[in-house]
Design a protein. Sequence first.
Length: 69
Amino acid sequence: MQKIMGVTKASLLEKINKLLDKEMVVGYTVEGKPLTKAAYDKRLQKAEQQISSGQYITEEDLEKESENW
């Protein structure tokens, strides 16, 4: 922390910031596993691809399906 606080070079601070953005935990999976921003972005891209290709279930269909549980 002391090393980071002592950095004054803008380009180095930007590199540190990018690294922290990439590696810091920003959320957790439903199983409780930590998600970095990079992992979160990857999951988001996958979800967007699935939606684009029609691989999803509507709320109405889910409600109908849940009636049989």
